[in-house]
Design a protein around this ligand. Sequence first.
Ligand code: NAD
Length: 426
Amino acid sequence: MTTEVSSGTRRSTDDNLYEAALCQYESAAERLGLENRLRSILRKPRRELTVNFPIEMDDGTVDMFCGYRVQHNVHRGPAKGGIRYSPLAALDEVRALAMLMTWKCAVVEIPFGGAKGGVEVDPKVLSLRELENLTRRYATEISVLIGPERDIPAPDVGTNPQVMAWIMDTVSMHHGYSIPAVVTGKPESIGGSRGRSNATSVGLVHVIVGAAAKLGIDIDGASVAVQGSGNVGMGTVEILAGMGAKVLAVSNSLGGAFNGRGLDVERVRAAVGERTPLGEIAGVDAITNADLLALDVDILVPAAMEGEITSRNAGAVRARLIAEGANGPVTPPAEEILLDAGAVIVPDILANAGGVGVSYFEWVQDLQGFFWTDAEIHERLAGMMRKAFGDVWDLHEREDCDLRTAAYMLAIGRVAEAASARGLYP
Ligand code: NAD
């Protein structure tokens, strides 16, 4: 048996999300004074599954695909976390994202542990039939782990409600009856929840509003830049613009659009739908992702991918408030630079927790077979996010620490309490 004892001085580079997650964990656990045995238990992923499987492509050839499902911790309840289809999906990335899910569920006090899945594939190059076959086979491979009481997947980068529907149907076919609660983020016609599609953005805006109020920034008229025009980024753009914010810039992997007087959000939405480069929208200037991150705005929302703000470009960031829509967009070395410069960073495990929040509501509704209205979902989500933001903000003031450290301390403390209550088996 090996018992790891933390030095509390783990250093992280810009380049590995798992190293970054461990670094953030160690520093909060140190500050919390977490005892060594709990510290080593909570650090490790509980289960890791790697699957390699063949799919027959449309041209008759057979391609091999590699996928993962990692459960980081299940002390507080079943494992919960998205599935990512990306050419860059790798075990370390999935491990890191599973760990973040454990802390995220604990910060917003929902009774789940953390998990994540991934398949190394670019879904954009697959036909619909290939995507469905890949999804059904991957679901079958990970079916030894998933289930409503065990581990509940959801959409993430590269997956969507249709992918969740195929997973739900596959697992249901294996059992011979419908099991809607095996995934969340499904279409409403098969047990999805009202409000799930933009829940992450809605939750993100709740914490942006909370943080902006603390900093004396009025959302009406505030200048905003958003990196990423996907589910999280575009939803956030639309809500903030609807509240009177001036969204000066939005970008995606094809580049970005800038307008100093504020972008026409409907045109941005249309360009995203048509997959037109945002810089080609009439009346905007094209902008690179690097320039977007360096804009002089009140609020910056990195909502694309991890590791976008590193020690190499953090010095150029001028936003006062940074709200992490994506998971892990600011690396630990970059965070040091930004905090020294006086920026306030609302961390991913709090900022983007609205998605898993409504996923939890979806799971509850599926299990009880009774569904809530839009108004009920929005009221519950608002209550959850405001409470979590208040808890984290208060702890950050009491402890005189940054918001990420406070969020981690809160989350790790809650998971540690559950682990202690359950004790060691055998
Ligand atoms: P998505 O696939 O819908 O969108 C991702 C966006 O990022 C796309 O617009 C893509 O073009 C853009 N992008 C990719 N690489 C980029 C780059 N280098 N520069 C600029 N833009 C780039 O994904 P999503 O669901 O919006 O997720 C975005 C992030 O939010 C991920 O980190 C994800 O893990 C996290 N997240 C998502 C949810 C959710 O409910 N969807 C919940 C919590 C966290």
